[in-house]
Design a protein around this ligand. Structure first.
Ligand SMILES: NC(=O)CCC(=O)C(=O)O
Length: 256
């Protein structure tokens, strides 16, 4: 299974231009099974303007992703997008399969205080695994990465790949890279982390997207600039590693 991550330079406050960029990126992909976008790719952190920028239930972006998924015959982990719903705003991840159907939607559970999200956004209340290409997977959004309970539960539910879609600022990149590796090692699953590049309202995003295998070894890594990274995922790897280091069998959940 070949995965491509688009470490996109954001186009703050211009969903129309962001969609043009994403369309041209997706149309240029060849031989890819799953394409991944970063967090808030449609608006970036123009939170004060979400009333005018975010579409109701994200229909505009979802229809756009559905069309491209079918046109290219590719599954799309649609990063996350600012969407409106019943006069609230959410940071929502949408997964579209290659048949052009929405396979899963997830609203960010942990809103990040450092970027003022709790002031402008409503938090999600639930999460679970989803299936693409017959495999179980999970997705979390940026600040969620600091809460290992999410990835552990997704792994316990059978997720073989966990996507981390992000707009992680450059000043905390050491946290980003350390936490990504920890989540891969402790859960013995693939982590595919797609960060953004560029800048919004003075916050510079740190890039360094990566695809990490269940041992913690980095299969592909990006610089800080706009870039695409690609890696082949072999789901059997996690089974072999879970047999060699049987963390899940050694757990003592009754004690913690
Ligand atoms: N977009 C985010 O959630 C940023 C998270 C962040 O800056 C951090 O956890 O540090």
């Amino acid at each position: 299974m070949r995965i491509a991550l688009y470490q996109m330079e954001v186009v703050p406050g211009r969903p129309d231009l962001a969609m043009e960029k994403v369309a041209s990126w997706l149309r240029g992909l060849e031989g890819i099974d799953i394409a991944v976008l970063p967090e808030m790719w449609n608006t970036s952190y123009e939170l004060e303007r979400l009333g005018e920028l975010a579409d109701e239930k994200g229909r505009r972006e979802i229809d756009f992703l559905k069309g491209l998924a079918q046109e290219k015959g590719i599954h799309i982990v649609g990063g996350s997008m600012a969407v409106s719903e019943e006069e609230k705003h959410f940071n929502r991840s949408v997964i579209v399969n290659k048949q052009g159907e929405v396979a899963y939607q997830y609203d960010k559970i942990h809103l990040v205080p450092m970027l003022d999200e709790p002031r402008y956004l409503s938090a999600g209340e639930q999460f679970k695994t989803f299936e693409l290409a017959g495999e179980k997977m999970g997705v979390i959004i940026c600040y969620d990465l600091r809460f290992p309970e999410l990835t552990r539960r997704l792994a316990l539910e059978g997720a073989e790949i966990i996507y981390v879609v992000a707009e992680w600022p450059e000043e905390r990149m050491d946290h980003f890279t350390a936490l990504l590796k920890a989540r891969a090692i402790e859960n013995q699953c693939y982590i595919a982390a797609c960060n953004a590049a560029g800048e919004c309202n003075g916050t510079v995003f740190g890039g360094q997207s990566m695809i990490i295998e269940p041992t913690g070894q980095v299969l592909a890594a990006a610089s800080q600039k706009e870039e695409t990274i690609i890696a082949d995922i072999d789901i059997e790897r996690s089974t072999a590693i879970r047999q060699a280091i049987p963390v899940f069998e050694s757990r003592r959940p009754e004690l913690y």
